[in-house]
Design a protein around this ligand. Structure first.
Ligand SMILES: [Zn+2]
Length: 140
């Protein structure tokens, strides 16, 4: 029996078979992509043209901050980052596998979206949460 994994955010989708992914909403008129459901495109104003789309797992670092103080139980320091995905969507999350040292973190560096347990959090039924993180792209 396998435990169910719950997404930490609504736009993280966990298919029954296959890899988790981030979901965006794409405008059928102008192709702009947004996080979160909406009925009107905030770029071109088209109404009811939105459909869901699977977001890229690749992007580049747009901005970050190193967090030294957080809630009890959260390991610090960690790197809170904003990443521009290849689809043009900006998304916030934690950058992992990187030293929290500004001299080691480069703006525009390529990152991959990875999925992992959310810090051991569980709900009352013992289900664990799945979250997403950014990590520096392995050069290949
Ligand atoms: Zn649009």
């Amino acid at each position: 029996m396998s435990e169910k994994r719950l997404p930490v955010v609504e736009y993280l989708k966990i298919p029954d078979d296959g890899e988790p992914y981030l979901e965006g909403h794409k405008c059928g008129n102008c192709s702009a992509i947004f996080l979160g459901a909406r009925s009107v495109c905030s770029k071109c104003g088209a109404r009811d043209q939105m459909s869901t789309t699977r977001l890229s797992n690749k992007g580049k670092l747009y901005s970050y901050s190193i967090v030294h103080r957080s809630f009890p139980g959260i390991e610090v320091p960690y790197i809170s980052a904003i990443v521009d995905l290849e689809d043009g969507v900006a998304i916030k999350g934690n950058l992992v596998d990187t030293e929290p040292d500004p001299t080691k973190i480069k703006f525009d560096m390529p990152v991959d979206v990875v999925f992992a347990d959310a810090l051991g959090r569980k709900d009352r039924d013992g289900n664990s949460y799945l979250s997403f993180f950014f990590k520096p792209s392995s050069k290949s």
